[in-house]
Design a protein around this ligand. Structure first.
Ligand code: SAM
Length: 320
């Protein structure tokens, strides 16, 4: 449960060094408020509800000098992703040294326990993708060697500003968020006026917040909560009803239960503008988001729709 989750006291207390050993500041006197080593640069990209990490793994070579973190609430999934990244890193080290890559030589270790040399046994979730070392995994040398990605277990609905400072992030991704169809469950959605205010706090002006979902009603919810006029129909794929949207029709009982106060909602909406399709067509990160998350692959296999909306964080207005 959430009770077991650990959150830093503030961004200045966050121990990132164990997550990004390749980016630790060589000056050992540079320490965080928790006494751990500082990094050479700040984490800049967050994948909210990252699941098995397909997005991060796809983005790692696209932004090889940018530090990215996946945040995931399920313990087993987070553990798996940490092991997957460790295995990818190990595989890259081997490829660079001209060695043969084998499953046993890339056995996963947990980067948050980087000092441990022993490989760590983890429970593999049922629907998890293959770990590197299996024949089908990529064996090309990848720019950055996956040193720039990591995962942490967290409920992102709580304390996000304790991980990231004001304007720290340049990109936030929310890919295939759990739809929570019933109106009384809408409060569990990770897009809401109050959470959007937190995203606006940690995202820098000019930064981008990317969303993708296969649930049209959730897409419209997202547009509404970022202050975008809602179009009649907007789709990028066949209009066959997905299993989820059928379930939605059965389950949804109408009312919007987002009960945030209205002036706050209006203000949050002033902080974002929607990015145009022309701009997105040139954005490699948007392509990775459409094609490389595990949930996105599943939707594609089922010939389901994908609804994309990306928002630019505007400069802070002059509020009284
Ligand atoms: N983004 C991934 C993808 O596209 O493949 C996973 C999508 S999956 C449908 C939604 C993920 O969000 C799940 O892994 C779930 O555990 C995670 N999640 C849901 N609520 C969360 C929260 N409050 N904090 C962190 N992760 C959350």
């Amino acid at each position: 449960s959430d009770y077991a989750l650990k959150y830093p006291l503030s961004p200045a207390h966050m121990d990132w060094a164990s997550h990004y050993p390749g980016f630790v500041n060589p000056d050992a006197s540079q320490t965080t408020l928790a006494g751990t080593r500082k990094l050479l640069k700040d984490v800049e990209v967050a994948d909210i509800g990252c699941g098995f990490g397909g997005l991060l793994i796809g983005l790692a070579p696209v932004l090889p000098d940018t530090l990215m973190v996946g945040m995931e609430i399920r313990a087993q999934v987070t553990e798996f992703l940490i092991a997957r990244i460790a295995a990818l890193r190990a595989q890259q080290v081997q490829l660079r040294s001209g060695g043969q890559v084998s499953a046993s030589s890339t056995k996963a270790t947990n980067p948050s326990e980087a000092k441990e040399t022993q490989a760590q046994e983890i429970d593999i979730p049922e629907d998890a993708p293959a770990l590197p070392g299996a024949a089908e995994e990529n064996t090309a040398i990848v720019s950055g060697g996956y040193q720039n990605i990591t995962a942490i277990r967290a409920n992102t609905m709580k304390f996000l500003p304790r991980f990231f400072g004001h304007h720290q992030l340049s990109k936030i991704f929310i890919c295939f968020p759990d739809p929570h169809f019933k109106a009384r469950k809408h409060k569990a959605r990770i897009v809401s006026s109050s959470l959007n205010a937190e995203y606006a706090f940690v995202l820098r002006p000019g930064g981008l917040l990317y969303t993708i979902t296969d649930v049209e009603e959730y897409h419209r919810w997202i547009l509404e909560h970022f202050g975008v006029p809602i179009p009649e129909v907007e789709t990028t794929a066949p209009a066959e009803p997905s299993e989820q949207s059928e379930k939605k029709d059965e389950e949804q009982d109408g009312a919007d239960s987002d009960s945030d106060d209205e002036s706050g909602q209006a203000r949050v909406k002033e902080l974002f503008e929607r990015v145009s399709d022309e701009e997105l067509a040139k954005d490699e990160c948007a392509r990775v988001m459409r094609e490389e998350t595990e949930e996105g692959r599943k939707v594609a296999r089922n010939n389901g729709p994908k609804f994309v909306a990306v928002f630019r964080r505007l400069p802070d207005p002059e509020w009284p």
